[in-house]
Ligand binder design. Structure first.
Ligand SMILES: *Cc1c(COP(=O)(O)O)cnc(C)c1O
Length: 732
């Protein structure tokens, strides 16, 4: 049986064969060669195929491949990289091998998530949750942790964004072409796709799985788009976060129940099940069902065994943001299932009930997950507190501080999110093996040795690249909208590489307050268009489909983009994705974050920015509560804190306080510091802050530290049965 890799190999000139191995493993995307390895082959095709290496190798001309196959310089680099890859894949002296030797590829940790953001070429993510899951797999691989990911393969992925002439977000979807992506359909020994069945509302749905290689980790993505499924069911793995509550519960059944069955069919027997957000909590019921089937015990007997093998990470600080389904829906989707668990309807509904015995109580996935896992955590210290508060009602006998939800703060995959240009500086000044020691504060302390001029020059190059990219994106959008010639010509003067540049990229939801900077429009204009100290801002982000309030926010931003006093100073990049996130976090001077307090679970984009020398300016929420450090004698602060919690429920008052604070910071701190240049043209104080930001943020807020924390505090801890249907004690 020919695998897609061997098929691709057969089409490549022999000196280039190893490219097929690299193309089918996302490991390449966090190597130092990632920019040039594939783009050198054909930069235009590379761009057109959204940086998908399989599509590139399949569509580039044979002439071009033959040419490359004779380029000794390229071949040498390829050989070195292939060698590095082989070494990486075979390495057995790993961190996890030492601390968790009982985990193995056959008995790994199973990690369930409804979205994964590994790379822009695999668009099956929406935002932070997915990118976190992607970074989690990458660090698990780097640390040698035996782990498999389980998710859904969306034919259309998440909504795409197009803004029409009136600035209104028009939603559209594109089809993913799985056959030309770095995915392999999982087949049995006869070459047939491995399938399992799940009953969804009285119909059998067959599920197949695609394997994505993420270094040493495999991610299995479930797919129901098969001819032997009902046409309606085939669409269940169509779109991420859209559609009705019915399609959502069906997706969560496929992910949770289907995922556990698929692992079983693949003879993977996880020792632990990690539920990343409540979406996949049905998996825990299926683990219980299999256990009941195998032992003949009752649900309540097996429940504690399931709990011993299960962990839960909650990501939602907003009570209404937690997934829940009406009792009616549970009836229609689980009516056949609770008898298999030996439960009555009422007993089953109680598993997801915030209050027991209320027949109208919806079934909440977080409640199910908290009940069925031995350990639960939020994703930042602040979010841990907020979660204990939200869920304290489930633990009436405990004080709020004793609610068994701890926290492990999110981090980013350093090797993915460091611009190669900056990584090269780290090579020089932190040592060639810096990327293997990213959790070490001593390593990052050496940032002080980087000459100011070198850091600044590289930052300027990244900023110019971002501005060029922004102009190109804005130009393409204006051309597509057939805007007036004057507006099209204006793109040439959009953004100034010498001006202080802020970045704001997140989902446009009212609670993220994307327009806070323009709360007082006249004041914002005065600040941004100050001729001596201009300030500019680049925006990106989508509104959820159906979120008209979010869409109105974007529309207002688009109006300001056309305002005569602002049009050179504000840009909006459409259709935010991981590539835009990368360019923005690499190139801006300041990363802005303005959520309403206690709405941001963690946030990770600011961590990406910090790693590349941008300075964070944020409200105290999520990770920033832990990361922000005030300046002290001899030490710069590592960023800025916007406003303070006025302790009021009046949103307008709080908005005004925060906006005033932001204006003050811009006028009195950022602009003076940024424009204060020495004789060599360097903003010394600013650069000192950039370094403070890297030094204090990089060692802590990375996914190696995060995964290691999960292993030591959650995976390895307290394997004994917890008699209560709650988790183990909070982390120290
Ligand atoms: C990192 C990243 C996020 C997460 O950003 P936060 O708003 O800081 O949580 C979202 N979307 C994309 C594309 C990202 O790369």
């Amino acid at each position: 049986m020919k695998t897609p890799i061997t098929q691709l190999k057969a089409t490549l000139p022999s000196p280039l064969r190893r490219l097929a191995d690299l193309a089918y493993n996302y490991w390449w995307s966090w190597t130092a060669e990632r920019i040039s390895l594939f783009s050198t082959i054909d930069p235009t095709v590379w761009q057109v195929c959204n940086h998908n290496p399989v599509a590139l190798l399949e569509s580039v001309t044979h002439e071009r491949l033959s040419q490359i196959a004779e380029d000794p310089h390229y071949l040498k680099r390829l050989q070195a990289l292939a060698h590095q890859f082989d070494h990486y894949m075979q390495e057995d002296d790993t961190w996890a091998g030492r601390v968790a030797p009982h985990l193995s590829p056959e008995e790994p940790v199973a990690y369930f998530s409804i979205e994964y953001g590994l790379h822009e070429s695999l668009p099956i993510y929406c935002g932070g949750l997915g990118v976190l899951a992607g970074d989690y797999l990458k660090s698990a691989s780097d640390l040698g942790l035996p782990l498999v990911g389980v998710g859904l393969l969306y034919k259309q992925g998440y909504v795409r964004q197009h803004l029409n002439r009136s600035g209104w977000q028009e939603d559209f979807y594109g089809d993913n072409d799985f056959a030309h992506m770095p995915l392999e359909l999982v087949r049995d020994e006869y070459g047939q796709p491995v399938t399992i069945k799940v009953l969804v509302r009285q119909r059998t749905v067959r599920i197949q799985a695609w394997q994505v290689r993420v270094g040493r980790v495999s991610l299995y993505l479930l797919d129901v788009d098969r001819p032997d499924n009902d046409p309606i069911d085939r669409r269940l793995t169509g779109q991420l976060y859209s559609g009705t509550r019915e399609s959502r519960i069906a997706q969560e059944i496929l992910l949770g129940i289907g995922g556990v069955r698929m692992l079983h069919a693949l003879e993977i027997e996880p020792v632990l099940f990690h539920t990343n957000e409540g979406h996949s909590a049905f998996s825990l019921l299926e683990v219980a069902r299999q256990e009941i089937e195998a032992t003949g015990e009752s649900f309540y007997e097996v429940e504690s065994k399931v709990r011993d093998r299960a962990l839960f990470t909650t990501h939602t600080p907003i009570p209404d943001g937690n997934d829940s389904f009406s009792a009616d829906m549970i009836d229609s989707f689980f009516g056949h299932y609770w008898p298999q668990l030996g439960l009555t309807r009422e007993q089953f509904l109680n598993l997801g009930a915030r209050r027991l015995g209320d027949p109208w109580e919806p079934f909440t996935m977080t409640v199910l997950a908290l009940r069925m896992t031995r350990s639960a955590n939020g994703v930042s210290r602040r979010h841990g507190e907020v979660s204990r508060q939200i869920w304290s009602g489930l633990y009436p006998e405990r004080a709020e501080a004793e609610v068994p939800i701890s926290h492990i703060t999110n981090g980013i995959h350093t090797r993915t999110w460091t611009a190669p240009l900056i990584a090269d500086l780290y090579n020089q000044y932190l040592g060639r093996d810096w990327s293997l020691k990213v959790t070490s504060p001593e390593l990052w302390a050496q940032v002080k040795d980087i000459p100011d001029r070198e850091l600044w020059q590289r930052h300027l190059i990244l900023k110019e690249r971002l501005i060029a990219y922004t102009r190109a994106q804005v130009l393409a959008a204006r051309l597509q909208r057939r805007e007036a010639a004057d507006d099209i010509a204006a793109v040439d003067s959009l953004l100034d590489p010498n001006a202080l540049t802020l970045g704001f990229a997140r989902r446009f939801s009212p609670y993220k307050r994307g327009a806070l900077l323009f709360k007082d429009l006249q004041r914002a204009i005065r600040i941004l268009s100050n001729p001596r100290r201009p300030i500019q801002i680049i925006f990106a982000g989508k509104a959820r489909p159906g979120d008209d309030e979010g869409k109105r926010l974007i529309q207002r931003l688009m109006e300001w983009c056309r305002h005569p006093a602002l049009r050179d100073r504000i840009a909006f990049i459409e259709d935010y994705d991981m590539y835009t996130a990368e360019l923005m976090t690499h190139g801006v001077d300041v990363w802005l974050n303005t959520p309403r307090r206690a709405t941001e679970a963690c946030g990770t984009s600011g961590q990406k920015a910090a790693l590349n020398g941008a300075i964070n300016c944020s409200v105290a929420d999520g990770w920033w509560c832990e990361a922000y450090q005030e300046g002290r004698a001899g030490h710069s602060s590592n960023g800025w804190l916007i406003g303070e919690d006025a302790g009021t429920n009046d949103l307008e008052t709080q908005n005004q306080i925060d906006a005033d604070s932001l204006y003050g910071l811009l006028e009195r701190q950022m602009a003076p510091l940024f424009y204060d240049r020495d004789r060599q043209g360097l903003p010394r104080q600013w650069i000192a802050m950039m370094k403070a930001s890297i030094r204090t943020i990089a060692p802590e807020f990375n996914s190696d530290r995060m995964v290691a924390d999960y292993v030591t505090h959650a995976y390895l801890q307290d394997m004994v049965t917890n008699p209560e249907p709650v988790m183990a004690s909070p982390l120290a």
